[in-house]
Design a protein around this ligand. Structure first.
Ligand SMILES: [Fe+2]
Ligand SMILES: [Fe+2]
Length: 229
């Protein structure tokens, strides 16, 4: 069961156009607050794109050992993950270009409590189960990011002092991150040697966990931040 229903907002309508199994939907007030400080948001976003690229690369040679595979990667594995890493690097370049244009610069440190909470769900050290969880956590982060881009794009479209450059960025990334969500989820659900029914049940559980985690985040300027009370 969803923790909340998608509001009849422009962002929710955008998400309804695509497959979106999220169980908690971001309230409209979230994007309004985030857009009060576009440079801080772009800085957080740049770090997330950098981490997304590293995450995809770290999975490239991390397929589970399976006797049927004989040491060879599952079909689509290396190509799919390197394509994602390449996309994320391109996103990072785009975001940094906008940040620079607006007088900002990349900060040295960055933390993402939402991603850290999700990573705590991974069954570390359990081989195939760990890989499946890492792929599912990656899929969740992509899907939530996609929803957040929809929120930001909808807010920019409805505000009088619209920022066409940011609007273009968020609309473009919305589609890209949804594609990445699908790619990660497909790799997770079709992991060689894994039981499909168990994988489906794990994914359903992960969706519930993600809803709890995102809805409890504190407010700050950032893509995966909570809502300001
Ligand atoms: Fe990205
Ligand atoms: Fe992505």
């Amino acid at each position: 069961m969803p923790l909340n229903e998608p509001a009849a907002s422009p962002a929710a309508r955008m998400m309804q156009k695509v497959d979106c199994p999220l169980r908690w939907y971001t309230p409209e007030s979230w994007a309004k607050m985030q857009l009060l400080d576009p440079c801080a948001l772009l800085n957080d976003h740049a770090h997330l794109e950098k981490k997304a690229a590293s995450n995809a690369l770290s999975l490239v040679a991390h397929w589970p050992s399976d006797r049927h595979l004989g040491g060879v990667a599952p079909e689509g594995w290396v190509h799919g993950l390197t394509t994602i890493a390449n996309d994320e690097t391109e996103h990072l370049r785009l975001v940094l270009r906008l940040l620079d244009k607006r007088g900002g610069s990349l900060s040295k440190g960055h933390s993402n409590p939402y991603a850290a909470d999700l990573r705590a769900l991974v069954r570390a050290g359990q081989g195939k189960l760990e890989t499946a969880d890492r792929l599912m956590v990656s899929a969740l982060i992509e899907l939530r990011s996609c929803e957040r881009f929809a929120c930001l794009a909808a807010e920019l479209e409805s505000s009088a002092g619209a920022d066409p450059e940011l609007l273009r960025l968020y609309k473009g990334l919305w589609a890209a991150e949804h594609g990445h969500f699908h790619a990660f989820l497909e790799l997770a659900l079709e992991l060689p040697g894994a039981d499909r029914a168990e994988q489906d049940a794990r994914w359903a559980w992960m969706l519930g966990q993600e809803a709890q985690i995102i809805s409890k985040q504190n407010f700050y300027i950032g893509m995966h931040a909570g809502v300001k009370n």
